[in-house]
Design a protein around this ligand. Structure first.
Ligand code: SF4
Length: 295
């Protein structure tokens, strides 16, 4: 049996044991798993015993397999330690603040801190800081991979926003789209074909950035779309949806750049209300507008 088949079997065995809270014997297990070889069943049970998911229970002369409760995973721990372990376990990979642990367990802060230290020393839980509140500590089970909301994702390192990395990434994405647009122009096809050929997806961008090797972390399509959306807000990129509702992006070139638009004199002109073509004050004779047009 392959490793993936065995994992699947482990899950099946675990599910059956969970449905038999009082425990299940090997004979009973065998009868509900008629399609599984005895040797595979033994390997799977041993795996689950070794990884602490099952425990053995003596009932008369029969041995029963029983799912371990979460508190049984705290070796040598007293009830308070087991309680805190359960509270932290329930928080999953988003973790839980000390204040919320205290609220749920109703213990003094000094006691909570002492128990947390003990759980940490046994490698049962770990503490980490969240990007959303750098000074507060979050606790979660030791083996869990923290959620993206805790780590901040690929653009954060040690709770710090990697602005230089994001700048490099943004420039590379924009350059990629510009090159794609130039290549599309070079095809000398009709305008619609040229426009369609200048679009790229988040997946395309992901492959390109991965091939460049500029990122130490594995970037996802969501990461790339965050960068591309920032470029949309900068007015450098536009987005459309294809027939499968997939987002596609292309570089756009504005005929007038935003800096020169910000300097247009009419916006702050005190006599703009009197300015009209053919009037005494007119855009055709206005030296300020003329200077701006030469800019
Ligand atoms: S054209 Fe000249 S006068 Fe007219 S609104 Fe603009 S700045 Fe003012």
């Amino acid at each position: 049996m392959s490793a993936s088949d065995l994992t699947e079997l482990d899950n099946r065995v675990l599910l059956i044991c969970e449905q038999n809270e009082a425990g299940i014997s090997d004979a009973q297990l065998s009868s509900v798993l008629p399609d599984v070889d005895k040797s595979d069943r033994v390997v799977s049970i041993n795996n689950l015993l070794k990884t602490g998911k099952l425990s053995l229970l003596q009932s008369g002369k029969i041995l029963l397999y029983k799912v371990k409760s979460q508190s049984e995973n705290v070796p040598g721990g007293d009830n308070q330690e087991k309680l805190l372990y359960q509270i932290i376990s329930a928080a999953g990979n988003k973790g839980i603040w000390v204040r919320d642990i205290r609220y749920k367990c109703n213990l003094m802060l000094t006691q909570v801190n002492k128990i947390l230290k003990s759980l940490e020393s046994k490698n049962l839980v770990k503490s980490l800081k969240s990007v959303s509140a750098g000074k507060k500590k979050l606790y979660m089970l030791y083996d869990l991979t923290p959620d993206r909301s805790v780590t901040g994702g690929a653009f954060y390192s040690d709770q710090e926003f990697e602005s230089e990395f994001v700048d490099v990434l943004t420039n590379q994405c924009y350059r990629f789209l510009q090159n794609k647009a130039e290549d599309a122009q070079g095809q000398k096809s009709d305008p619609l074909t040229v426009q369609n050929a200048s679009f790229a997806s988040g997946e395309d961008m992901c492959h390109y950035i991965s091939a460049l090797g500029i990122s130490k972390v594995q970037l996802t399509v969501d990461d790339m779309e965050m960068v591309l959306n920032a470029l949309i807000y900068d007015g450098k990129v536009e987005k459309t949806l294809d027939a499968q509702h997939r987002s596609l992006y292309r570089a756009v070139t504005s005929p007038v750049n935003s800096v020169s638009m910000a300097k247009v004199p009419c916006g702050v002109c005190p006599v703009s209300h009197e300015c009209e073509i053919g009037g005494t004050i007119s855009p055709t004779t206005c030296p300020y507008l003329n200077d701006w047009l030469q800019f």
